[in-house]
Design a protein around this ligand. Structure first.
Ligand code: DON
Length: 562
């Protein structure tokens, strides 16, 4: 070899050696199928259904119901959710099983005679409850796409309820924190108000009985049968307004997901009544022209450009978004290139744009960790992404002992009064005002990502208003910053939502100098408000077709696959 060639080879080796990345950390890798959820028991039951030959939709029913048993903090029979799917033939869709306002609901139902919001009325107790959608949701997904018999799917969940689940350290903390609220909200003491400790076993015979009735009698047991009768009576006995008619009227809706391109990715996410898909589209499309990979992960420039796009998207969210069955949501315009270009036209890297200078754009038209997300990819190549919630942890704290489950406080996701923030600090307007049978605006963002026309990822998270920004950062972590699924879900997160005008950061996880420079540019940084931003669960399809699970260690989340 000539000296020149030797030198070139040496230089190349040296460069490669220097640029060799630090060892990547991967989550569980499986060959064919995977479930990632907030609880090991739920992921395992979902996986077991897949192993029996069931598909992602069969596993959805099993995982969802198992979360209601083993993760009553957010898993539920008394709440609702959204599911986005992509079948192995590339076809996509979304299921809306969000709660609805009862027939007796009114615009001012949470206001006193002076027009002020009555504290806690939309968050705690029977008045906070929206008509639950979960049972209808899992049955509808199964009706359309499921393959295994209902009994095969639900029996393992009933067994779990009868055998009991083991309390984790994090669960102990949550149960202890909410104990007082349980006692204040319920007439009698409830199962979950006992002094539960880590490693205790919680056996739930009552939810097991309810699940048996549902397994035998189907969806209508919950909406028209004995369970419906008991539930409506229970809510009314506790001062609520939900009737048997509300339950029997409840219907899920199949929706068309929001889809958009970001570089060579195609992102498929939840449409209204969730704000998730539109907001994530607005934010990602607004930052697409910037070289985020060159700026670097959580660098000053990356944080700035994302923050400014988020500020503008959340301002639009608060004004334009609501239930599309009741209000006209200008969704095509909101995510159009021209509109977003105009929205970002006053952005500068020099200094922050104060939120007082930002309002919603002009269009001519006519937030924590208390929800739960799971992702499933089956052995046939179908993917689903599901986020479900009671809203706050244990919802309204109202627990129907006889039926064995908590009821949601989703009514707080409506705007009780224009300009008055809800529990996530989100401000709403007329588009999200309360009306009978309307669905409250959500931030839940169950999302599926394709690359070059092939399935790449299924992901989502709890976190109220921070859901949207957590999901988009996780996508960017994989796509722009070359992280594995596990690294992407674990990376430190930040969040801006227009109002309050602050960047929330997970405490002590961001570079001090970065924070100090951002402050100099006019940004307010809050490291206290959100100790945890999102608990993201996702599945990544690797280059060799295997699946990598990203189960966020901010929770007790677990991946299970084969
Ligand atoms: O639908 C929503 O946007 C909220 N009810 C989600 C609640 C949630 O993520 C709770 N976690 N903080």
């Amino acid at each position: 070899m000539k000296l020149k060639n030797i030198l070139i080879t040496f230089t190349i080796v040296l460069i490669c050696f220097n640029c060799k990345k630090k060892e990547q950390v991967r989550g569980l890798v499986a060959n064919k199928a995977m479930v990632v959820s907030a609880r090991t028991e739920a992921s395992n039951i979902g996986k077991q259904i897949l192993e029996q030959g069931g598909n992602a939709f069969d596993a959805m029913m099993a995982t969802d119901l198992a979360l209601a048993v083993a993760y009553p903090y957010a898993g539920n029979l008394g709440g609702g959710g959204f599911m986005v799917y992509r079948l192995n033939d590339g076809s996509i869709g979304a299921l809306d099983y969000r709660e609805k306002a009862p027939l007796a609901a009114t615009k001012d139902m949470y206001l006193d005679s002076l027009g002020n919001v009555i504290p806690n009325l939309s968050t705690r107790g029977a008045m906070a409850v929206g008509v639950p959608g979960t049972v209808a949701g899992v049955f509808e997904a199964h009706r359309k796409f499921g393959t295994l018999p209902i009994a095969t799917i639900i029996q393992p969940v009933i067994d779990l309820a009868n055998k009991g689940f083991i309390v984790t350290k994090k669960q102990e903390a949550r149960l202890t924190e909410k104990r007082k609220d349980f006692l204040k909200t319920n007439k009698d003491t409830i199962l979950f108000a006992k002094h539960w400790k880590e490693n205790d076993k919680i056996i739930q015979e009552n939810i097991a009985k309810t699940l048996v009735s549902i397994m035998v009698n189907g969806r209508d047991e919950f909406y028209k049968g004995e369970t419906a009768k008991i539930l409506a009576q229970f809510i009314q006995d506790n001062g609520g307004v939900i009737t048997k008619e509300d339950l029997s009227n409840y219907k899920v809706k199949w929706r068309t997901p929001i889809t958009f391109n970001y570089g060579d990715l195609r992102i498929i996410s939840m449409s209204p009544p969730s704000s998730g898909g539109i907001a994530i589209a607005q934010i990602l499309k607004s930052v697409e022209e910037y070289d985020l990979d060159e700026f670097g992960h959580n660098s000053i420039k990356t944080i700035q450009v994302l923050t400014e796009a988020e500020r503008r998207a959340y301002a639009d969210r608060s004004y334009y978004l609501g239930d599309p069955d009741f209000v006209n949501v200008p969704q095509d315009k909101l995510i159009s290139d021209a509109y977003l270009e105009d929205r970002m036209s006053d952005f500068s890297f020099e200094k922050a744009t104060p939120s007082t200078e930002i309002t919603h754009g002009t269009i001519d038209i006519i937030e924590s960790d208390e929800t739960t997300h799971y992702s499933i990819i089956d052995q046939f190549g179908n993917a689903i992404s599901v986020t479900t919630t009671l809203n706050s942890g244990f919802g309204s704290k109202l627990y129907c002992e006889e039926l064995g489950f908590f009821l949601n406080n989703e009514m707080d996701d409506f705007s009780s009064k224009p300009g008055v923030p809800n529990v996530y600090g989100l401000i709403g307007a007329k588009a999200n005002a309360i009306l009978p049978e309307k669905r409250m605006l959500s931030s839940m963002t169950p999302t599926i990502v394709e690359k070059d026309g092939k399935l790449l990822m299924s992901l989502g998270t709890p976190g109220g208003s921070t859901i949207i920004t957590s999901v988009l950062q996780t996508i960017l972590n994989v796509h722009e910053f070359d992280m594995t699924m596990k690294e992407a879900v674990e990376a430190p997160r930040f969040h801006h939502q227009w109002l309050p005008d602050e960047i929330r950061m997970e405490p002590n996880r961001f570079d001090k100098e970065t924070i100090s420079i951002l402050k100099k540019k006019g940004y307010t940084i809050n490291e206290e408000r959100s100790p945890v931003i999102g608990i993201v669960d996702g599945i990544l399809v690797l280059a060799d077709g295997k699946l990598e699970g990203g189960a966020d260690s901010r929770g007790d989340d677990a991946a299970s696959g084969f």
